[in-house]
Design a protein around this ligand. Structure first.
Ligand code: SAH
Length: 265
């Protein structure tokens, strides 16, 4: 059994100030760090010089290192090091495959801990001025993947998602955005339901776009948004005009972020 402890650490959606105290402490005391592509440069800058770091992460559809090899890297590292940090974007257990790594570590008898992080849904919505729930407007929120394993077609029970008092948050939804919006409307979601796309949420490069479900795809295409993008659908999106503190304070932050006008198709 390896002597090391593997920490599966959530690094949040990008803003280094959103790291937990524990995540920061571990980043600063690790012997070796394996990180995902979505971990921001500002967070990587917090790794002390001299600490070995390896990018093993994936962009949507492009796996840098296959999952079984990542698992093996962690197992090998645990044999030689005391503190191994597996740094992941957002929260390790929300569409982050952290549980697959944890199951493998458990199988191998390697000790591990999971440090939750602020998931992109929370980070992007807060910084785009969209509360995921709001009394009288949204009573529930659902986190949904817009991308299935090995690009399999999205098989989702769309009818179950359609409820005017439900907020829908799609991770990895950019490439199937048109299909998602069309499927929701076919299942009965009103075409004028408010919808937002948030790119690079919580970072100085955040861009957000407010539209409705029937125009969102065209607006996103026209804006040229690239991943990572979070899609938020529901009446709560209408509050963004009033609650968009990050954009309103943009001058103060010297941020490059923009809010696009919705572009009807
Ligand atoms: N474990 C991560 C999610 C990994 S899936 C978490 O809890 O946040 C990757 C998807 O998350 C991206 O395709 C995008 O939809 C979303 N995402 C992550 N960071 C983001 C960011 N800063 N801005 C917008 N979307 C983000």
């Amino acid at each position: 059994m390896g002597k090391g402890m593997v920490y599966l650490v959530g690094s949040g959606p990008g803003d280094p100030d959103l790291l937990t105290v524990k995540a920061l402490r571990l980043i600063q005391s690790a012997d070796v760090i394996f990180y995902d592509r979505l971990v921001s440069d500002e967070i990587l800058a917090l790794i002390p010089t001299g600490v070995s770091r390896f990018m093993v992460g994936k962009a949507s559809g492009h796996h840098c290192v296959p999952q079984h090899e990542i698992n093996q890297l962690l197992i090998n590292a645990a044999d030689k090091n005391r503190t191994i940090v597996r740094l992941k974007g957002g929260d390790p257990y929300i569409f982050g495959r952290g549980s697959e790594e944890a199951l493998e570590l458990n199988k191998q008898g390697i000790k591990f801990e999971v440090i939750p992080g602020i998931t992109a849904a929370s980070g992007c919505s807060s910084y785009a001025g969209i509360p995921l729930t709001h009394r009288g407007m949204s009573r529930s929120v659902q986190f949904i993947t817009g991308h299935f394993r090995e690009d399999e077609p999205l098989e989702i029970d769309w009818e179950k998602l359609v409820n005017p008092q439900n907020t829908l948050v799609f991770y990895m939804g950019l490439s199937s955005l048109d299909f998602i919006c069309q499927s929701l409307m076919k299942a009965g979601l009103a075409a004028d339901t408010a919808a937002a796309a948030v790119q690079n949420g919580t970072t100085m490069q955040q861009n957000s776009l407010i539209s409705d479900v029937s125009h969102l795809t065209a607006s996103v295409k026209q804006s040229g948004m690239q991943a990572p993008v979070m899609i938020i659908i529901g009446e709560v999106v209408t509050l963004a005009d009033d609650l968009n503190w990050f954009i309103s304070n943009a001058d103060e932050f010297q941020s490059e972020n923009t809010i696009y006008e919705s572009v009807p198709a």
